[in-house]
Design a protein around this ligand. Structure first.
Ligand code: NI
Ligand code: MN
Length: 225
């Protein structure tokens, strides 16, 4: 399996299935693919903010991808004609084709661009092709990363480092120490001037202070998972 950073919080897992997280492409200055060409079998959507919802409806309709999201957000997506599956925090589901997903907490708000409420923001743990991957979504640092999320045995943790709306690099470094993942991918930075961060410095700090690799991928780059 390969892991590709598309830009902002949008990450793609390229394995036996193609998993797309938070496909904000149209209007995203960091996006490296277009909504009309990106591939997906599943879209995992962490919350309803525009920089995460993005092109979910259009991509799901074009590709037939199933969207997994918080139940209120999934209900709204279903009303738009999308094949959406609504879950809630702590719940997991094993798809027959091999993908397993689990919704975990994220400390963040959630609302749709049209002003509709859509339940709580979440993170995802997913299992595909023998790897366990955590996408934190938008969140501040919280202690249950250590108590609830780390025990799953993470191969990858995908963490926001942009600060202002989410954790910044210092809290993300603490998260990395608590999560104990083998690999880290920083996201949700440099998309806008307000989110300017030094990902190379974050990588150095993680690799110096955790027994882990950190892949500071530029938008469009991918690596072996
Ligand atoms: Ni958000
Ligand atoms: Mn965001």
């Amino acid at each position: 399996m390969r892991i590709k950073f598309i830009g902002h919080a949008c990450v793609q897992l390229l394995g036996s299935k193609t998993i797309l997280f938070d496909p904000y492409l149209t209007g995203n200055p960091a996006a490296t693919v277009k909504a009309g060409e990106v591939k997906a079998d599943y879209i995992l959507l962490t919350h309803g903010h525009g920089d995460h919802l993005g092109d979910t409806v259009a991509i799901a309709k074009r590709t037939g991808a199933k969207v997994v999201a918080m139940v209120e957000l999934a209900n709204w997506l279903s009303e738009q004609g999308v094949d959406a599956m609504g879950m809630n925090i702590g719940g997991s589901y094993q798809f027959p084709d091999g993908l397993k997903v689990k919704l975990v907490p994220a400390w963040h708000s959630s609302q749709l661009p049209d002003g509709s409420p859509c339940g709580l923001a979440v993170g995802f743990i997913c299992w595909l092709d023998g790897k366990c991957i955590y996408h934190a979504g938008d969140t501040g640092l919280f202690g249950d990363m250590r108590e609830v999320i780390a025990p799953h045995g993470l191969d990858w943790a995908i963490l926001p480092i942009g600060d202002y709306y989410t954790m910044g690099p210092a809290d993300a470094l603490t998260a990395a120490k608590w999560l104990g993942a083998k690999n880290y991918l920083p996201i949700h930075y440099n998309t806008f001037p307000l989110l300017k961060q030094d990902a190379a410095a974050f990588k150095r700090a993680v690799e110096a202070e955790c027994a882990a690799k950190c892949q500071a991928l530029a938008p469009g780059e991918e690596c072996e998972a």
